[in-house]
Each structure stands twice: as structure tokens, then as C-alpha cells.
Ligand binder design. Structure first.
Ligand SMILES: [Zn+2]
Length: 153
């Protein structure tokens, strides 16, 4: 069962495959949709072989992963950009479950394509170049993998 995404339309992307476009002018912080799909615990995820890559997988801080390719809604087609215009925020829903909601980071114009910064966390058998980015943003990292984090000490 998918939640509604009344402001979103899936169409051919200028960047990669399908993309998601907004149908209205929307202010900053508009709730664009909830990322839906089949849920896997950390243990279940380890036992699976993912042959379609990580594109539709979203990891939550409690270790669960949402697979948007199964039972997902329009939000699973949001492409990556190193300069995103929306962000995914973890929230607790009315039933106490951790959910991922997608919000506009800035005012959006009708017809704009939505982009998230996937910030993929990949294991050691992959390198950043396995997930090349072609977003063409001036600040493009060249990869959809999360940038390295530097500790302050
Ligand atoms: Zn990029």
C-alpha cells in the first residue's frame, strides 16, 4: 500500500532513467512523500543477494533497510545529485515506527526534477567509482557514495 504523493510525477529524467518532477510550485520544507517499500532488518539484509545494486535501498539508523523496488511509491525514482533540492528525514510515525519522509530543501518550481544526495554507505568490496555520479552539479563528487567524514581530533 503506497502513501499518496500528490505533488509528484514520474517521467523520463534528464540525468538517469526515470526521475521525479514536482507538479506545483512548493515552498521550502514541503512534505513530498514518505519513502515506502519492503523492510528488511540488518540480519535479513545480509542473507540477501542484491543483484540490482543499491539504487532503491534506503538504510535507517535503527539498522532496518527499506527496499523501494517492492511496494514503493514515486519517491523511489528520485535521482541522486551532489546538489540536492530535497532531503530524507527519519521520523517516528503515529504507530511508533521509524519512517523516512522527503522534504523540499528550498522552494521548488513546477516541473523541476527532484534530487536527493544518496550519500551511499558501501562496504569495502566496492569503491566510490562503482557508483559514479553524472549529476553535472558544480560541486559534483563524481560518486553517489557518501563523502569521507573527518573527525575533529
Ligand atoms: Zn554528482
Amino acid at each position: 500500500m503506497s502513501t499518496r504523493t500528490p505533488y509528484l510525477q514520474v517521467a523520463d529524467s534528464g540525468v538517469h532513467g526515470l526521475g521525479v518532477f514536482v507538479t506545483h510550485d512548493l515552498p521550502t520544507a514541503t512534505l513530498l512523500g514518505t519513502y515506502q517499500g519492503r523492510r528488511f532488518s540488518e540480519a535479513q539484509l545480509m542473507r540477501r543477494h542484491w543483484d540490482d545494486g543499491l539504487t532503491y535501498l534506503f538504510s535507517l539508523s535503527n539498522g532496518d533497510t527499506i527496499d523501494g523496488s517492492q511496494g514503493g511509491n514515486a519517491t523511489r525514482h528520485i535521482n541522486h545529485s551532489c546538489e540536492p533540492n530535497c532531503e530524507a528525514a527519519e521520523e517516528v510515525d503515529a504507530r511508533g515506527r521509524l519512517v523516512l519522509r522527503i522534504y523540499a530543501l528550498r522552494p521548488l518550481l513546477a516541473g523541476e526534477e527532484l534530487f536527493l544526495d544518496y550519500g551511499l554507505i558501501v562496504d569495502e568490496s566496492f569503491t566510490a567509482s562503482d557508483y559514479q555520479c553524472f549529476c553535472r552539479a558544480p560541486s559534483c563528487r563524481g560518486s553517489m557514495v557518501a563523502p569521507p567524514t573527518y573527525s575533529s581530533d
